[in-house]
Design a binder for this molecule. Structure first.
Ligand code: FES
Length: 102
């Protein structure tokens, strides 16, 4: 059995050369928001959900992106409402949010 039920990786890569990157689209701020909401909703921790920062996940053109394990579902997002929907639907209930899938 996995230590965490679901593990979310947020690409927060920042490129200094002006190339496309997730952090230019608000990744760090929305990772912080996701971490905070997961804690506030008491979904965090062993047997629950873990939100981690990642480096480049190699889907920069499609970003900002996250990937959720163990389902291996990739998402993009724009704002806090998108993150709320991923948390409520996927992380809490295991229902994939089709409209945000990559
Ligand atoms: S910069 Fe985010 S996937 Fe490459």
């Amino acid at each position: 059995m996995s230590y965490f039920a679901r593990h979310v990786f947020f690409c927060c890569n920042q490129r200094e050369d002006g190339a496309l990157c997730c952090n230019d689209k608000g990744a760090s701020a929305l990772r912080d928001y996701a971490k905070r909401r997961v804690k506030e909703l008491e979904l965090a921790g062993k047997g629950g959900v873990r939100v981690n920062q990642a480096g480049c996940l190699d889907r920069c053109e499609e970003g900002p992106c996250i990937v959720v394990y163990p389902e291996q579902v990739w998402y993009t997002y724009i704002d806090e409402q998108d993150i709320d929907e991923i948390i409520e639907e996927h992380l809490r209930h295991g229902r994939v949010v089709e409209r945000l899938k990559l």
